[in-house]
Design a protein around this ligand. Sequence first.
Ligand code: NAD
Length: 252
Amino acid sequence: MRFDDKTVFVTGGGSGIGRATAIGCAEEGAAVVVADVDRDAAEGTATAIEAADGEATARELDVRDAEALTEAIDATAEESGLDVLINNAGVSHPRSDMEDIEGETRDRVIDINTKGVWNGCRAAIPQFKAQGSGAIVNTASLAGLIGMPGGAAYSLSKGAVVNFTRAIAAELGSHGVRANAVCPGVVETPLVTGDRDPEEWEGLRDRMAGEYPLGRLGRPEDVANAIRFLASEEAAWITGHALVVDGGYSCS
Ligand code: NAD
């Protein structure tokens, strides 16, 4: 299996894309560390993995806390080694014109989506360099590549993740370490459905699905499959890439 004897550390592993990624990596043999600010969610994913005879550890942490992330990544490396880091934790903000987005909202999005990725990489890269191997996959967004009205702070955070990924890929290649990003279109997860009324959401989902050439929104597994590929040896000669996973949304 693709992740036999490998250890994969996933942030935001308690829900949505991170949960599907953690479960998918475990199904392919990985020992998975499920890190999330939501302890119950992290434990829920770890329990699901263990129930399927997989190996998982839940860790409650906030990716904004560089020290906590370093401590968790160091402990993982010491206990079982570290092969793959998936910086996936992220948040969005209500759609709004740029000038109406409060500084506090902007800072929260940047701190989690961008500095959180920085903190994860800063913690893992010394370990990866020392062992001469490692794969990083950062969850960016289609909003980091194309302009999406109403999402200025989110776009700011995700555009930075895309180009940060390219920068570290260029730095790390000679150390045997790869770094890539995924750029999903709209995926049906709590980040998108939020606290919307289910009926209102169904109508909105159907309208949005009509804008996708493949006729539907994304499922967490659609993105998890792309992340697993980039994290695996099958992608051994791919680094610095931002892989669009969007049902064709951006091709027209
Ligand atoms: P989600 O809300 O289902 O899951 C996000 C997880 O991250 C949650 O478990 C949450 O508790 C965790 N998290 C949030 N803040 C955190 C913090 N400070 N520290 C640690 N964990 C934290 O959302 P999702 O859709 O699965 O999002 C995963 C990633 O995918 C995010 O980076 C998001 O920006 C990105 N993304 C999502 C979509 C989409 O349409 N759903 C599209 C493009 C990109």
